[in-house]
Design a protein around this ligand. Structure first.
Ligand SMILES: C[S@@+](CC[C@H](N)C(=O)[O-])C[C@H]1O[C@@H](n2cnc3c(N)ncnc32)[C@H](O)[C@@H]1O
Length: 476
């Protein structure tokens, strides 16, 4: 709720009193700034664009030429009347930029040309609100005035009373290095950057310059202090010293542009806040299928394996992979010990610690810890001939499937595996590789329970891959 006591209602007194002169003598001098900022923002056809403190609306006319669907707000009804005359189809409102009459997320682009200052930070909060997620903002302010060749053109404003001059300095402070970046970041904007914006006023003669300047809001503050005639005389004198033969009066002034973006919510689901026992993914939500998989693990092992926690995100894939593996090892009539040899040889060659430990421990129970550790280290002595043939083949499949030859199958054939079983054995190895690769790629560590039950020789042999300690951090 605003009242006519709110300061923005006083703005028109200064800014609106010579609206027609401002629009035709002063505002066109800003055209380089408008074009440059629209270019930086890549304003495009169909985009909903709001210009804050739009004044007489020349910037809006130029944005419409780029195809933007334009809206504007300004505190001065008399300036806005000019804007409406120029852009009858635009959504133009008289109002306060610190309490804008548009819904959240109404615009794709918001601009403001020297309309938002260090003294009006609330306007930036409003800009953030009315921008759609992902929307862009571009704000210009005066830059380093003392370093500007054309600073003379603004000097008559200093005829204003001391408090008014102090307020003008506070407004301009937004152009200082870091000031705009800090304000925009504090208001929630991302990708904040500062660019130099070209700005040059040109006038045919000192009198025209003085008239143009006198039509602005800050000039009115000076006029209130010294009177209109004195202001015009002073400004004309200042400009006379800058006359150049055959060329217009020219005042190049440093203008800073701040560009930023309202962050868009990520389209990707949030990653887990911290790694879980399921690796880089969170544990899946409880469903009947997930609970069934967990119950099977409890029956088989007395605990839920980390790999199950990860794979339970896709129960159908997990069950399918299980079934395929079973079909493959049944087709080859592999014993559990033969399967263990194939898996341990495959996993150790691949560098996968999880399956090396899980199946190494089973092999240790069915043979000896030393034999299991030896096989994992690449020493197959002590294993039967068929087990040695299986281990050698598994390692070749992992290490260099393009480097195999028909001769490499001879040891398998020698121990009685025909073509159909060789295909089934190779399928079993590659299906198990898929499982190991899933664990490793998704950061699934071996279960701490495996570390507790594995014999020391085996733990020493598995010196690669993801560590058991990596999982103990997440134990529950
Ligand atoms: C330096 S002028 C810039 C005008 C315009 N952007 C241009 O480039 O010519 C500042 C503008 O801010 C407007 N203004 C000042 N306070 C305002 C407020 N609280 N809400 C909306 N507009 C305001 C003035 O009426 C004036 O048009």
């Amino acid at each position: 709720m605003t009242t006519t006591d709110d300061p923005w209602h006083q703005v028109d007194e200064g800014w609106g009193r010579q609206a027609a002169t401002f629009a035709s003598l002063s505002e066109p001098g800003n055209c380089r700034e408008y074009v440059a900022l629209h270019h930086e923002l890549a304003v495009d056809t169909g985009e909903r664009l709001l210009d804050v403190a739009c004044g007489a609306g020349l910037a809006l006319e130029l944005a419409a030429l780029r195809g933007a669907v334009c809206a504007g707000i300004d505190a001065s009804p008399r300036l806005l009347a000019v804007a409406k005359d120029r852009s009858p189809g635009a959504d133009l409102r008289v109002g306060d930029m610190c309490a804008m009459p548009w819904d959240d997320g109404s615009f794709d682009v918001v601009t403001s040309f020297r309309g938002i200052w260090g003294t009006t930070p609330d306007a930036v909060t409003e800009v953030f609100r009315v921008l759609a997620p992902g929307g862009r903002v571009g704000i210009t302010v005066w830059g380093h005035l003392k370093a500007s060749l054309g600073a003379w053109a603004l000097s008559p404003f200093r005829l204003a009373s001391e408090p008014k001059v102090a307020n003008q300095a506070a407004m301009v402070s937004l152009g200082r290095p870091g000031a705009g970046e800090e304000l925009l970041t504090r208001c929630g904007f991302a990708d904040v950057r500062r660019v130099d914006i070209p700005f040059a006023w040109e006038f045919p003669d000192p009198e025209t310059y003085a008239r143009a300047l006198a039509s602005s809001g800050p000039a009115y503050e000076a006029i209130q202090a010294v009177g209109e005639q004195a202001f015009l005389a002073h400004a004309t004198d200042v400009a006379r010293e800058r006359l150049r033969d055959g060329l217009p009066l020219r005042a190049e002034i440093k203008v800073v542009g701040y560009l930023a973006r309202k962050p868009a919510p990520s389209r990707l689901p949030e990653p887990p806040a911290e790694p879980s026992r399921a690796g880089f993914v969170a544990e899946p939500a409880s469903t009947p299928e997930v609970e069934r998989l967990y119950a099977d693990d409890m029956d088989d092992n007395g605990y839920v394996m980390n790999t199950t926690r990860m794979f339970a995100h896709q129960p159908a894939v997990l069950n399918g992979l299980f079934d395929l593996q079973a079909q493959a090892h049944q087709a080859a009539s592999l014993s559990i010990r033969q399967r263990g040899v194939l898996i341990a040889a495959m996993a150790s060659t691949l560098g996968d610690s999880y399956c090396s430990l899980a199946w190494g421990e089973r092999l240790a129970r069915r043979a000896t810890p030393a034999l299991a550790a030896g096989l994992i280290g690449g020493d197959d002595s002590g294993w039967t001939e068929d087990e040695q043939a299986l281990a050698a083949w598994a390692r070749k499949v992992v290490r260099d499937p393009n480097g195999t030859t028909a001769e490499h199958l001879a040891p398998l054939r020698h121990v009685g595996f025909g073509d159909a079983k060789i295909v089934a054995i190779t399928a079993f190895v590659t299906l198990r590789m898929a499982w190991s690769t899933m664990n490793d790629a998704l950061g699934v560590h071996p279960d701490p329970e495996l570390g507790a039950s594995a014999p020391p020789a085996l733990l020493d042999a598995v010196s690669y891959g993801r560590t058991i300690e990596g999982a103990t951090r997440f134990s529950r």
